[in-house]
Design a protein around this ligand. Structure first.
Ligand SMILES: [Zn+2]
Length: 448
């Protein structure tokens, strides 16, 4: 590591703690194989004294970095020079206060907020992370990149890659990707490779391919992506006039978001920019509930970074032995070996977090409620609403607490699940189309 750099990469294993400069694309500690973090020497960065100073930049629409919902907060992810910063206008998202959805889950009026990350350029929260990771890719001189994806990552990577002139290969599991997302990857020009396997298989392959061919890896293993995703939390606080919600609720798949959000709050507290962190709830789908099982049943904890690896190894060996493959309609979180598991445990530690799992039926019903009363979302996003309903029923979250659910993707990401739910009357909120003869009187009678 160059001692003059304010940002550096650091191994998350406390027994190792190796440090590397940010000019390298390594993604895992070369010494011990653990996840890497981006750390900052805050004494070398001029961080604004209060959060509202970041909000002022909104007014300066001519400056691309100020217009970006990621780079507006650049001092909090200050790892690259201005010339490398990539933006395509990500992070213009809104936090919507929503009482009808609040009523569905049992919240008092005025207490539930929905953070619509589907309003990003590629339609999902991934764009926050890609703005940061592609900046790092340019910084390292990358010419070609790759990712494994359940869908949203491939769409976002493909969009950012062509806007920066990088070649792009995406790996997807065969038949395991929502149509909206697959259409984006192809339309944005990615070299799309379908592997006969699930996401976990793709993840293993892409890491080896990137090492062998020297491609820049864009999965959430990439710590720079998680730096960009921190800004989702900054924007929630910004939308609440710089006040903290009591709870953040996020879907749990590869656990990049939860990891990133925990890091964001930890750093803001270190910097004295906030006084307390919100609590966090991470919601798995029941058909892909590794985190829920490990935390609630196997009692896996962060333990100051000394995570009990044997619990994880035994659990994964069990999955392999019974040939387990995750299954949920929420394809974005259909992951059984989450890459950021340990960082997520740290986030749970920082934010006094809880984990729950919800069924596909609960997810689809919640999604229909968000569709009817909000701006709509993809299935994985609705897991947050279904999870909140659980936590309200259990009394873990009170009706008057201020809750922000992160809706990670746009409803058009996965039209198949939506159409099946309504047309096949799969749930209590199904709203199927009605057939009528091509006859004016009959049409009018039907409408009346
Ligand atoms: Zn290490």
């Amino acid at each position: 590591m160059k001692k003059t750099d304010a940002a550096f990469q650091k191994c998350t294993n406390p027994d190792c703690g190796a440090e590397f400069d940010c000019g390298q694309a390594i993604f895992k500690c070369p010494r011990c194989g653990e996840l890497l973090d981006i750390q900052y020497d805050w004494n070398k960065i001029k961080v604004p004294k209060k959060m509202s100073d970041f909000g002022r930049r909104w007014a300066d629409r001519d400056n691309k970095s100020d217009f970006s919902g990621v780079w507006r907060f650049r001092e909090l992810l200050d790892f690259c020079k201005d010339k490398y910063r990539v933006t395509i206008g990500e992070g213009q998202t809104i936090l919507q206060q929503n009482d009808p959805v609040g009523k569905y889950v049992g919240m008092s009026p005025g207490r539930l907020y929905l953070q619509y990350e589907g309003l990003n350029p590629s339609g999902s929260f991934k764009d926050n992370g890609m703005a940061a990771a592609f900046s790092h890719a340019l910084m390292t001189g990358a010419k070609s990149c790759a990712c494994a994806s359940t869908g949203n990552t491939s769409a976002s990577v493909a969009l950012y890659a062509h806007s920066c002139g990088l070649k792009c290969t995406v790996f997807i599991g065969s038949g395991r990707i929502a149509f909206g997302k697959l259409s984006q990857a192809m339309d944005y020009g990615a070299h799309t490779i379908q592997i006969l396997g699930d996401f976990d298989d793709c993840m293993r392959q892409v890491q080896d391919v990137c090492t062998r061919l020297g491609l820049y890896l864009l999965n959430s293993l990439n710590p720079f992506r998680l730096e960009g995703q921190k800004t989702i939390m900054y924007r929630i606080i910004e939308a609440l006039d710089w006040k903290m919600p009591d709870w953040i609720i996020v879907p749990g798949g590869n656990l990049g978001n939860s990891s990133s959000f925990g890091k964001a709050f930890c750093e803001l507290k270190q910097l004295g920019l906030i006084k307390r962190t919100p609590r966090m709830a991470i919601i798995n789908a029941a058909g892909a509930d590794t985190l829920n099982d490990l935390v609630n049943n196997k009692k896996l904890v962060w333990n100051g970074g000394k995570v009990n690896q044997k619990i994880i190894d035994d659990y994964y060996a069990g999955l392999t032995a019974r040939k387990f493959s995750p299954h949920t309609c929420a394809s974005a979180i259909e992951i059984s070996r989450p890459v950021n598991l340990k960082k997520c445990l740290r986030a749970i530690d920082v934010c006094n977090g809880v984990v729950r799992a919800v069924t596909d039926k609960e997810i689809c019903d919640a999604k229909a409620v968000v569709g009817k009363h909000g701006l709509g979302c993809e299935p994985a996003s609705a897991a947050t609403i279904a999870g909140l309903k659980h936590l309200r029923r259990e009394g873990v979250i009170g009706p008057d607490e201020k809750v922000a659910c992160v809706l990670t993707g746009h409803p058009l990401k996965d039209p198949n699940v939506t159409v099946s739910y309504h047309r096949e009357k799969q749930g209590q909120f199904s709203n199927p189309p009605v057939d009528v003869p091509n006859d004016l009187d009959k049409i009018i009678r039907l409408i009346n």
